[in-house]
Design a protein around this ligand. Structure first.
Ligand code: 5GP
Length: 202
């Protein structure tokens, strides 16, 4: 069986990447999502185990010590990390998996898994990103300020990615992301079996 693909998706808070991913998963339930372990407080509307596992700092540090994380980073004072085992399992079972991480996490994954495909979701403008972040109304002014500063740093590093998708229309952006995944599924590397299957029947 050929291996599954690892797709790393980043984009600053307010880039709308959650909506883009939601659209993609709604139409492609065969694609897996890597649930991150994080130490920040749960926001209204979030649910344990959906996008994140909300854990204590002690638990997180234990995971680091036991080499259970593929990557991890501190973002605005909290730990965020990708559990290693579910990603390895998906790949070995031939399933595609999406890992949503910040730019530092993406850099760590690139080093460990050079075959991973990386995609940056770009807001159409900084003004629009600011409008979305303020409009969310779930964070203090100070936190929003920190997230905006971090967004600028992330956008400056977008050129490290294989693909950039501008999210001015979430449905179109989901389609673009799916196009990237479909193209990777067509790579010869992932279709070696078909060569033998066709030759065996000749
Ligand atoms: P938020 O607090 O807005 O949900 O996420 C903050 C940032 O952390 C976003 O840029 C998001 O992509 C990133 N993030 C989410 N999960 C992970 C993870 O497992 N590892 C890393 N490095 N970043 C993550």
């Amino acid at each position: 069986m050929s291996k599954g693909g690892v797709f790393v998706v980043s984009g600053p808070s307010g880039s709308g990447k959650d909506t883009v991913l939601k659209g993609l998963f709604a139409e492609n339930p065969d694609i897996l999502f890597s649930i991150s372990s994080i130490t920040r407080a749960m926001r209204p509307g979030e649910r344990e185990g959906e996008k994140y596992n909300f854990i204590s700092r002690e638990h997180f540090e234990e995971m680091i010590k036991n080499d259970l994380l593929l990557e991890h980073n501190v973002f605005v004072g909290n730990y965020y990390g990708t559990p290693r085992i579910p990603v390895e399992k998906a790949v070995s079972e031939g399933r595609d998996i999406i890992i949503e991480v910040d730019v530092n996490g993406a850099a760590q994954i690139r080093k460990k898994l050079p075959e991973a495909v990386t995609v940056f979701i770009m807001p159409p403008s900084f003004a629009e990103l600011k409008r979305r972040l303020v409009g969310r109304g779930t964070e203090s002014e100070e936190l929003i300020e920190k997230r905006l500063r971090s967004a600028l740093d992330e956008i400056r590093r977008a050129e490290e990615y294989d693909y950039i998708i501008v999210n001015d229309d979430a449905a179109a952006a989901s389609q673009s992301l799916m196009s990237v995944i479909k193209a990777c599924r067509l790579k010869t590397e992932r279709q070696k079996n078909i060569i033998n299957e066709v030759l065996e029947k000749c």
